[in-house]
Design a protein around this ligand. Structure first.
Ligand SMILES: [Zn+2]
Length: 1033
């Protein structure tokens, strides 16, 4: 899925692809969790992932011994005491080489000068104490019943107590994850959405195989009213059964007096009904207004990650793959679509029609999709697959670019993966109301209109976005659909890969779209979140729905993609692809864990690599964060030293993490051509290499293909600054962008002074390439925004002057006519947007002039796509202009333009209008609710708006959660937009107080930790750089 809704796609300062987020626009900061982890005051700061509730362990811990009714799969577990020990060991050893907070420090504390015997006793007591405390700690998993979780009795240490079902009987299962004793084989699913009453009914027959003897079948169901249930074992007669429901965990169950035996097959048949969802998941209703002004309705699905259970009862975990035979009953005025081609349509009584679709391949429930709508399509046959692009009828002419692109990329992937796309059809559907960017449902990919529809004359930047999203979703048809992660902890296997493949495929297949700058930007931005203590490993334990939702973040997507790029760049040519082909063919149709990928990549290499791919990559996927490499040059000796690049508000948070880093480096002897780059694998804390000849300076991380930051020491930075001032092309444009990015980050870390930062930036006056211009502009504007929002008006104004001075030549060099180069468009829109926002007179005058031409009566003036943002925003600052834009927004049929109009409306500095825009986004009448994250982000950019936006979030939190799930990308984005520019103690306290008051409604989200970390780090950074700014600006 692309959960990100390209909030900043039209944000002229930072054109990015959809997978981009505004999340990282402002650099985060550091926060120090040590202060927040008061629960274990005696130990070093716990990392968040170390304190998550682990259901697996808890099951082991609490389960009573000798319970007759447990399933086989549970019975091979060992005694509680041993398990306690194991669980304890597992936690402390898991890939944190020597960072276990428990083992290292706890022992000496209790036994200061231990003899051997005392040691044994102490260890025993310690284990016992830890065991008891862990049991107590893990018991909260007992949302089970008021009756308590587990009570002790004399014969068993603990007895399992089941939660109560809605009918008061015991619900026979005590975990969030489903038991493995039963596997679904096939679903015969029939759905009847009623687009008049906005309800639906359904019927499902699930054929299952019993894997282990069991007396229960447990599956997922949420917000469904189960109306009928029968069960059939093997060839026996069907019998009515009672369905037990446990809504807290979205589970239902059927209990049996006699055990079902391993090897048997059975059928559970369920009738159900519900309302079409008003949010954006499950089977939901959506509507749009056609050209004649009539309101049209439709029903669509969005299941990933946990919402298939809202449309039909199912085993809603990715590893329970099954086949699906789907029927949809609809009125004749609509069409229906599902994953597979339609096999027949039958006429039913009452004039309804039933479409039946071919039985699917084995697939996970989150990939099932159904649409009932009045859409039309364009189609083409591409190597035995019928590719179609669907839209509302009025927008059919905007579908051709998507059809061309999808066809071209399908051919590319068929060949690159060496496995043909396995279905006979591939539909891409633009849905008028859709929260995510797109969703890769097998054979029926759904998109927001902005992510799929463009006109012929649309700007190349809009086309780049559409192509990126299509490339991402098509890659999923292999990575995700054909081979699926076993559980959401490895979501990155889907998302990191699809993100990487989207850039790789565009680079190979559609180079004219020039996606390289976007990928670089995305990699640099991913470091912002990952530098925080609240970040998480790429592959990380998740259990609760909120945790699963929160996996859809930049770590899974962009960091995942970045480390794949780094791996590919460090392997001999062609080996990466070979390993991928091997992985896909070996695991086709099944589920995998991260190690399966590494093993395939290791095995594919000839000759065998000196170390396995897992040995290297585990250091990148199993620990959070990334390294800072310090390079010290003495004569010909180049020494590398690595440490964790951890932004921390008090500098006390240390980790001993080490990475296996494929360091690349160039020197002043040879610095820009690919052949100049050397590689060294740094596995230890420090190592020295000898250069062939002595050098004045070195630059590491050639073209920034590695996911690490570099510090060159005072002298090194000075030499690099001189080198760029002497000859700008001594380094590639990606290298220049990465230097700018790294030095700002080092300033946040306190390793360089802001004076050194400004000194490096002095070369930028000669910069003409897009990547470094975008990076420099974005970094300086972040500083400006922090000063502005902190009401340091004098300094903010001087910073404004400084930015205009550094970028003045570049800004003045921009024209206002049509521009065809994507890269030039990216640069132009960023520069002009900044110039106008900072009040450069030339810019505002020209923008207003264009706006006036555009808004004149009967005008046919068309503003080039990449300039619309800046022109509309200029217009939005007057009463008449804003009103005109609001009208235009109501009529616009081009989705990308519509978003730019909305962003302009939200950029107003008029307080009443700000409040109106925010309210309208929430109400969903004048502005679609799917756009609310965009609205909040745009409003927050403005000086007046950012405080209104924060108030709005606090006042409307409950309503926000009705629209967007806790932890979802939309919520992450809203929190980030409204809090990341705060840098004062008062705001920190306000934010902390608000989120801690939320309790179950979001206080536990990782984004909350991120928000408070970021404010503290902003506070520290701004405090530190203020004196320099006062002296220098
Ligand atoms: Zn995706």
């Amino acid at each position: 899925m692309d959960p990100f809704d390209n909030i900043n796609n039209d944000h002229a300062s930072l054109p990015r692809n959809m997978i981009e987020n505004s999340m990282f626009e402002e650099e985060p900061d550091v926060v120090d969790l040590a202060k927040d982890s008061a629960a274990f005051p005696a130990f070093p700061a716990l990392e968040p992932e170390e304190v998550v509730y682990e259901p697996r362990s808890s099951r082991l811990l609490v389960r009573g011994l000798g319970e007759a009714e447990l399933d086989d799969e549970e019975e091979d577990y060992e005694s509680s005491a041993r398990l306690l020990g194991m669980s304890f060991m597992n936690r402390s050893s898991a890939l944190r080489p020597s960072s276990s907070p428990y083992t290292r420090q706890a022992l000496p504390r209790s036994c200061s000068r231990p003899s051997g015997r005392t040691m044994v006793v102490c260890v025993f007591i310690l284990v016992l104490l830890v065991s008891i405390s862990m049991v107590l700690y893990l018991l909260p998993g007992c949302t089970f019943t008021k009756a308590g979780c587990h009570k002790s009795n004399s014969s068993t240490p603990m007895e399992l107590v089941f939660p109560k079902a809605t009918n008061g009987k015991l619900f026979p299962w005590t975990e969030r994850r489903l038991p493995a004793s039963v596997r679904p084989l096939n679903y015969d699913l029939s759905l009847t959405p009623n687009l008049t009453t906005m309800t639906f009914t359904g019927h499902v027959v699930i054929t299952m195989a019993i894997q282990h003897d069991t007396k229960r079948i447990v599956l997922h169901s949420a917000t469904l009213n189960i109306t009928k249930a029968t069960f059939k074992l093997g060839g026996a007669e069907a019998m009515q059964v009672e369905v037990l429901e446990y809504p807290a965990w979205q589970q239902i169950a059927v209990s049996f007096p006699e055990a079902l035996r391993a090897g048997q097959t059975c059928e559970l048949s369920l009738g159900f009904s519900s309302s079409l969802s008003h949010a954006y998941d499950g089977l939901y209703n959506s509507s749009y207004t056609d050209q004649s002004g009539a309101r049209r309705v439709l029903a669509a699905t969005q299941f990933e990650p946990l919402a298939a259970r809202k449309a039909f009862p199912c085993f809603d975990e990715p590893s329970f793959k099954a086949t699906f035979l789907i029927r949809v009953i609809r009125e004749p005025g609509y069409i229906s679509l599902s994953n597979m081609p339609k096999s027949k349509t039958s006429l039913l009584s009452g004039g309804l029609q039933e479409d039946e679709f071919e039985r699917s391949m084995n697939m996970s429930s989150y990939l099932v999709a159904v649409i009932v709508a009045d859409f039309t399509c364009v189609s083409r046959n591409v190597s035995n697959t019928l590719v179609s692009v669907y839209s509302v009828p009025d927008k059919k002419e905007q579908t051709h670019f998507a059809l061309d692109t999808a066809s071209s990329l399908l051919l590319f992937y068929n060949s690159f993966f060496d496995i043909n796309y396995p279905l006979k059809k591939l539909d891409l559907v633009a849905i008028p109301d859709f929260l995510a960017g797109a969703m890769e449902n097998w054979g029926l990919i759904t998109f927001r209109e902005t992510s799929l529809l463009v006109r012929n004359q649309s700007s190349p930047l809009d086309k780049q976005l559409v192509a990126s999203v299509i490339a991402h979703e098509l890659a999923h048809q292999w990575f995700g659909n054909l081979v699926t992660m076993r559980w959401w902890n490895d979501l990155w296997l889907n998302e990191g890969f699809a993100t990487y493949m989207q850039y790789l495929s565009l680079d190979r297949q559609l180079p004219q779209l020039d996606a390289g700058n976007v990928f670089l930007k995305v990699r640099l931005e991913a470091m912002a979140k990952d530098a925080l203590n609240s970040s998480h490993p790429v592959s990380t334990q998740v259990t609760s729905p909120e945790q699963v939702e929160e996996m859809f973040d930049s770590v899974s997507y962009e960091k995942g993609a970045s480390i794949l790029l780094m791996l590919n760049a460090s392997m001999p040519d062609g080996q990466f692809r070979k390993g991928i082909i091997q992985y896909l063919s070996r695991f086709s149709g099944s589920n995998t864990v991260t190690d399966d990928l590494w093993n395939s990549l290791t095995q594919a290499q000839v000759p065998a690599p000196s170390e396995s791919v897992s040995a290297m990559m585990n250091t990148w996927t199993l620990q959070k964060g990334f390294p800072l490499v310090t390079a010290t040059l003495q004569g010909r000796n180049l020494t590398f030293t690595q440490e964790h690049f951890l932004l921390s508000a008090d500098n006390n948070t240390q980790t001993s993490s080490l990475w296996h880093i494929p360091i690349t480096y160039v020197s002043d002897n040879c610095s820009s051509a690919p052949s100049c780059s050397n590689m060294f694998m740094l596995k230890n804390k420090t190592a020295t290499v000898e250069l062939p000849s002595s050098a004045l300076w070195v630059k590491l991380n050639y073209r920034n293909t590695g996911f690490y930051m570099v510090h060159y020491g005072d002298q090194g930075w000075a030499h690099l600054t001189d080198a760029l001032n002497t000859n700008i092309s001594t380094l590639t444009d990606q290298d220049r962008a990465s230097l700018i990015h790294n030095i700002f980050a080092l300033s946040r870390l306190g390793r360089v002074t802001f004076r050194q930062v400004l000194s490096l930036m002095s070369y930028v006056i000669n910069e003409t390439e897009t990547a470094p211009v975008l990076e420099g502009l974005s970094q300086l504007r972040t500083v400006y925004h922090l000063l502005d929002k902190r009401q340091e008006q004098g300094l903010a104004s001087r910073m404004k002057g400084y930015i205009l001075e550094v970028f003045r030549p570049a800004m003045d060099g921009q024209g206002w006519g049509e521009e065809v180069s994507v890269s030039r468009q990216e640069q132009r829109s960023a520069l002009l947007e900044a110039a106008c926002a900072l009040g450069l007179q030339n810019c505002t005058q020209q923008a207003l002039l264009l706006f006036n031409q555009y808004s004149a009566p009967n005008s046919t003036t068309r503003i080039p796509g990449d300039l619309q943002g800046v022109v509309y925003r200029a217009g939005a600052q007057t009463d008449a202009g804003w009103d005109f834009l609001l009208q235009a927004y109501g009529h616009a049929s081009d989705a990308a333009e519509k978003r730019r109009l909305l962003r302009a409306l939200a950029s107003t500095q008029d307080a009443r209008r700000i409040v109106w825009v925010l309210r309208a986004g929430l109400l969903g009448q004048d502005i679609q609710t799917q756009e609310l994250p965009l609205v909040v982000s745009a409003v927050s950019d403005g000086f007046a708006g950012h405080l209104f936006a924060w108030d709005f979030v606090q006042q409307n939190w409950d309503q926000l959660l009705e629209k967007f799930p806790v932890g979802s990308y939309a919520i992450q984005s809203i929190i980030k937009s409204t809090t990341s520019q705060f840098s004062t103690q008062a705001h920190l306290e306000q934010v902390q107080a608000f989120f801690s008051s939320l309790k179950q409604k979001g206080s536990q989200m990782r984004s909350v930790l991120e928000a408070t970390e970021t404010i503290r780090l902003n506070q520290r950074w701004v405090d530190r750089i203020l004196p320099t700014l006062q002296r220098w600006l």
